[in-house]
Design a protein around this ligand. Structure first.
Ligand SMILES: C[S@@+](CC[C@H](N)C(=O)[O-])C[C@H]1O[C@@H](n2cnc3c(N)ncnc32)[C@H](O)[C@@H]1O
Length: 287
């Protein structure tokens, strides 16, 4: 790949999805985009890039951007964030939102649905507590391919073996040949929508909880900071943010604070300031 080709595709990916590709990742471009080229009847990545550089083809651009996304996900990934959500965040929201009886959760890079469905399963398990509540789970992703898979709720044996307790599998999934489909009642608890994190969040309204896990790692510092600051705009003071285990707000924004001892959980700086030395408990007590 020529340096010009590399600069072209790297700039396009950053502008369209935030993805940063360094020069040592040329092999990734080759392995993910050569199949896209082949599907177009072109035998090399260089020919694909030449086509793209000759004229703008929006559909091809989208296909290329999607092909470069890493969609790895699994049920109850890292376990702790989901337990914190169930055992700490939900009980606090039950008090805080008692008047509206409404909770809004956004999974901002939901991939094939395991993350929002894990939340839905935990809520379903506490069904008796939430009968007269409206709990909305909005799950978005830039990739339409993973969203189609998410909506169908169909997973391979390998996918259900990663993170799902057998009891949960048997309770909420139906086996069909080699695959397992999640029950309609859980699927219906989640709304999936195509959405690019680089776009404006203003039309979404406000959320009580945002899961933005394992996507910021692909962005540069500036984009990470921008996403976090804009997420703060749509979280009220009592809101909570969950990031992936390898992600942080530190050095990016001072509008969120990590909760000591609760890896991956962040509260707004306003809430943290109101409850110095805060954990979620104090944070909530201060609301
Ligand atoms: C590694 S998966 C993480 C899935 C899930 N959050 C988890 O932690 O298991 C990252 C997801 O981010 C999505 N993504 C990448 N760039 C995005 C963007 N600019 N806007 C929205 N989603 C994006 C990818 O399509 C991919 O499905």
């Amino acid at each position: 790949m020529t340096p010009d080709d590399f600069d072209f595709i790297a700039a396009l990916l950053k502008a369209r999805s935030g993805l940063i590709v360094s020069r040592d990742k040329v092999y990734l471009l080759e392995s993910r985009l050569t199949p896209v080229a082949r599907r177009r009847g072109l035998d090399t990545l260089e020919k694909l890039l030449a086509t793209m550089r000759r004229q703008v083809d929006e559909e091809l651009t989208r296909t290329v951007v999607e092909a470069m996304t890493t969609n790895e996900s699994f049920f109850f990934r890292d376990a702790t964030p989901f337990d914190i959500f169930r055992d700490q965040v939900l009980p606090r929201l039950r008090e805080h939102n008692a008047a509206s009886k409404r909770i809004r959760v956004w999974c901002a890079a939901a991939s094939s649905g395991q993350e929002p469905y894990s939340l839905a399963i935990y809520i379903k398990e506490q069904e008796h507590l939430w009968r007269d509540w409206a709990i909305e789970i909005l799950a978005t992703d830039i990739s339409t391919q993973v969203l189609d898979k998410a909506r169908a709720g169909i997973y391979t044996q390998f996918e259900v073996q990663r993170g799902l307790p057998i009891r949960t599998l048997i309770k909420y999934f139906t086996q069909s040949g080699e695959t397992w489909q999640l029950s309609k009642q859980i699927r219906d608890m989640v709304t999936f929508r195509e959405f690019n994190l680089l776009e404006s969040y203003r039309n979404f309204g406000r959320f009580d909880v945002i899961f933005c896990r394992n996507v910021l790692i692909y962005f540069d510092q500036e984009t990470k900071a921008d996403v976090l600051n804009r997420m703060r705009e749509i979280l009220p003071t009592h809101g909570t943010l969950f990031l992936g285990a390898a992600e942080t707000v530190l050095g990016l924004t001072d509008r969120f604070k990590p909760v000591p001892g609760q890896r991956g959980l962040y509260v707004t700086s306003d809430a943290a300031a109101a409850a110095p030395g805060s954990g979620v408990r104090q944070n909530v007590a201060a609301r």
